[in-house]
Design a protein around this ligand. Sequence first.
Ligand SMILES: *Cc1c(COP(=O)(O)O)cnc(C)c1O
Length: 393
Amino acid sequence: MSASAPTSNDIAHQALDTLRTALPPQRPLGLHEPEFGERERALVLDCLDSGWVSSAGPQVERFEHLLCEHTGMAHAVAVVNGTAALHLGLQLAGVRPGDEVLLPALTFVGTANPVVHCGAVPHFVDCEADSLGVDPAALERHLDAIVEWRGDTCHNRHSGRPLRALLVVHVLGHVADMDALAAIAERYRLALIEDAAEALGSRRDGRHAGSWGQLAALSFNGNKILTTGGGGALLTDDAELAARARHLSTTAKQPHPWAFEHDAVAFNYRLPNLNAALGCAQLEQLQQRLTAKRRLYERYARAFADLAGAQLHPEPPGCHSNHWLPLLLLPNREARDALLEAASAEGIGLRPFWTPLHRLPMFTDCPHAPLPVTEDLFARGVCLPGSARLGAA
Ligand SMILES: *Cc1c(COP(=O)(O)O)cnc(C)c1O
């Protein structure tokens, strides 16, 4: 009598057993938890004592300076969250009402919302299985099929709208194939913007995430590799764009010792000093955190190496990822759901990918390319706990 093939349920339970061997016994265990120490306490208390708590103060400048040091970018503008950074970045890149912006369907909803806040229409494209980012070959095939040039701007021939920008996302901390994507953006005259919200500390071919586009956004939300409570930043090498971002994030107020003169309808998006203080203390630990997260990823890789039914998604070629959230791929959706269910019942915070954006009610009418890889990754992917402390030596 031959043994029957393992069921989805068997595979899910083998995966959960394997996870238990890689994780400490503490429950509940969150997906990605914030970590604070004495340094955070000291810098935040300094703000309270000095009275510099709002959107001006020495920690904001120091935070921006440290961000430039860590990323190698010339300018960083700290703002209230990653969504605000993208909103400002899209506007500065020239996205206007009635435009279309190309972006992946497999991302957090915070990538698409600011496109709509600009009055533009998201146009969803597929990702590739190895980097999880926008697939350059599939994007090019799609553009060839839909583009119509009018003067020097390419339009979507079906909607008639101009295709203005390509918004690439570095999913789970892996850097997308930016050399190829930058070449496509240039060929089709698209502004190139990077959503690097999940990718602080990630590099590809030695370059930091966010260094290919005209502008890039970071997030310091509570579940990211570093947190400021809420926070974000725009990165750019363009001094003029940085100055414009700073101006528009502070109500476009003209510098003056006492007068209120404003020269544009702008935003109140600047990061408060209190949050920046938290960020400075967190950035001082970025290297240790990256090391610990890599150690955790390697522990998962060893644990899952011999399990036939589930594979740990490998680091993409050329990438040195921050391993924000390690990704486990199950054979099918039934196995994925069985694992999510069983882990949740015992207090391990696993999560599926975000529901692909073209399926959310507010985006169902938006144009999209064929999305086979997006659908497959969504059906089979499970994000594993990624807090740095889990990988501490
Ligand atoms: C977190 C995140 C955002 C939004 O950042 P917030 O700071 O929460 O506004 C945008 N895009 C991606 C890919 C994210 O992971």
